[in-house]
Structures are given as C-alpha cells and as structure tokens.
Design a protein around this ligand. Structure first.
Ligand SMILES: NC(=O)c1ccc[n+]([C@@H]2O[C@H](COP(=O)([O-])OP(=O)(O)OC[C@H]3O[C@@H](n4cnc5c(N)ncnc54)[C@H](OP(=O)(O)O)[C@@H]3O)[C@@H](O)[C@H]2O)c1
Length: 207
C-alpha cells in the first residue's frame, strides 16, 4: 500500500518519505517509488510532511505506534489497516473499537480512515477506475483539516472522495472490507453483490 499510494503521490508532485523498521526495506521501497522518494526510519516517516500513511499489518500496529505514537500527536494520519482474522474473515477487533479509533486513542493523531476497501493493484492504476468511471474513496474522520488534506490526496490520484461520516463510523469501513474480502476469497465479484439500489427502493436519491 505504501509503494502503490506513495508512487501515485510522488507522481502528483508530493514529497514522499518511506519509513520501515528495516532501513534496507525502506530504501528498496523508496527506489521503487522513484527518484525523489526518500527512505527513513519509522520516526522520520511519522514526522515527515503534512500527512502520514500508516500502511502496516494489523499485527504490527501496536509495535509501530509504540515507537512513533508521541510523534503523531496532532498530525494527520491516514489509516488503511484491515485487521482480518482468517479463516472466517472476521474482524480482529471483534466487537471492540475500530482500528482507526485505537490508533487515534493511542496517538492523539487526527486519524482519517481511507483506502482500505480496494487492493493495492487498484491504487497502482493511473487513474484508478471501475467500469470506466473514477473510483470513489470513502473517508471517515473527525478533524476538518485532516479530512481536507486527505480529500486532496484522493483527488490527486484521480479518484473522488466521499464523506462516510466521523471516526466512529470507521468500523463500518473496516467491516465492509472484511465483507468484500470474504466475497473475493469465495470467488464472488463483490460488485455483483453491491448493486446500486433504485432510488425508489432505497428511499434516497444519490447525490
Ligand atoms: N495490500 C492490499 O491490497 C491492502 C488493501 C487495503 C488495505 N490494506 C492494509 O494496508 C496495510 C498494509 O498492507 P500491505 O499489503 O501494504 O502490507 P505489506 O506490504 O505486507 O507491508 C506490511 C508492513 O507492515 C510491517 N509489519 C508487519 N508486522 C509488523 C510488526 N510486528 N511490527 C512492525 N511492522 C510490521 C511490515 O514490515 P516488515 O517489512 O519489516 O516486515 C511491512 O512494512 C495492512 O494493514 C492491510 O490490511 C492492504
């Protein structure tokens, strides 16, 4: 996810620094992103620029936040993490707070949940499109400045941001990812299970 999204943002003219616990891996990832992308450690990445993308396996989130949590206070953090338990494709957070809420509580960062619904291959498309149409990217967050920054980063990908509610709704996006991943594993095209409802059926006209 860091490589896919980082490459798109670098292409759009943003400065990018990739941090990892293993600096050799960070250097390899930065080289893949292209000239201008910098490698660094986790704390450097957490402090760099205006926005930090946390693209870490769910199992590693607590460890990474233990190293950089103090740096992230008051900063904008994009959380794309899916905590999925296999088999069964259930949520690792169970009925507790979402991953996004846990990150916000642990760091004091302005967390925005985004980019967790599509595979990295989609984020490598320039621009990402579905059936010839621009991809919609739902975002959940509480801070207006953080949401504005993430909306800009979504637009820079050629995608369309969609407000999906405050951070308390991030768990809905995480559960949706589990649902979609479960269908995919079962060999079902998730789009075939998520048709657009007719306005008269749903009671709501699309904006
Ligand atoms: N790939 C997708 O299609 C996709 C789509 C939507 C959301 N996501 C979510 O995005 C996040 C990143 O996914 P990815 O596919 O980019 O994963 P990835 O390529 O496997 O990278 C995972 C990163 O997590 C780090 N990590 C793993 N365990 C760790 C630990 N115990 N402590 C510290 N760091 C640890 C890894 O560091 P090392 O390299 O040092 O092991 C690696 O940098 C995940 O939460 C995933 O659920 C992925």
């Amino acid at each position: 996810m860091a490589g896919a999204l980082g490459a798109q943002w670098a292409r759009a003219g943003h400065e990018v620094l990739v941090g990892a616990r293993d600096r050799d891996k960070a250097a390899k990832r930065a080289a893949e992103i292209g000239p201008g992308a910098l490698p660094g450690g986790l704390r450097e990445a957490a402090a760099f620029g205006d926005v930090t993308l946390l693209a870490v396996a769910y199992e590693g989130v607590a460890e990474v936040l233990g190293q950089v949590g103090d740096v992230l206070r008051g900063r904008t953090v994009i959380d794309c993490v899916n905590g999925i338990v296999h088999p069964g494709v259930t949520l690792a957070t169970g009925t507790g707070p979402s991953v996004a809420r846990r990150i916000a509580d642990a760091t004091g960062a302005h967390v925005v949940k985004a980019f967790n619904l599509c595979p990295d291959a989609m984020w490598r498309m320039t621009p990402p499109r579905v059936d010839g149409r621009p991809l919609t990217v739902p975002v959940c967050g509480d801070d207006s400045g953080a949401l504005a920054a993430v909306r800009t980063l979504i637009t820079d990908l050629g995608c369309v941001p969609a407000d999906a509610g405050d951070l308390d709704r991030a768990g809905v996006l995480e559960a949706t990812a589990a649902y979609v991943i479960g269908l995919h594993i079962a060999g079902v095209d998730p789009r075939s299970a998520l048709p657009s409802p007719e306005p008269e059926v749903s009671g709501a006209r699309p904006a």
